[in-house]
Write a protein that binds this ligand. Structure first.
Ligand SMILES: [Ca+2]
Length: 99
């Protein structure tokens, strides 16, 4: 679990079942990058291409219940961004490649 301060942008998140808790005063955002980590060092290297078209789902968590909010897709560089997320507790999840 990662805590996010108001207005903070977090990057390079491992999207599998990551909780983010956004600040309680200002909307925040979440962004990140998906890539094929060929050498599994957790970092993007020049010869590791970004993964385009990966769906990233944003859920709001309330009382342990996840409510789907919206999706975004990674661009040709494997990057995505979720803007203007209202204060609250969220889960960001990468959709499985099979949908
Ligand atoms: Ca790497």
């Amino acid at each position: 679990m990662r805590l996010v301060e108001p207005g903070q942008t977090i990057e390079n998140v491992d999207f599998l079942n990551v909780y983010i808790s956004l600040g309680n005063t200002h909307p925040g955002s979440n962004s990140g990058c998906k890539f094929h980590d060929d050498d599994a060092d957790g970092r993007i290297d020049p010869d590791e291409p970004g993964l385009e078209g990966i769906r990233i789902d944003l859920f709001r968590e309330e009382d342990g219940v996840l409510e789907f909010l919206r999706s975004t897709y990674t661009n040709s560089n494997g990057e995505h961004s979720l803007e203007d997320v209202e204060p609250g507790r969220y889960r960001v999840r990468e959709a499985s490649p099979d949908g």
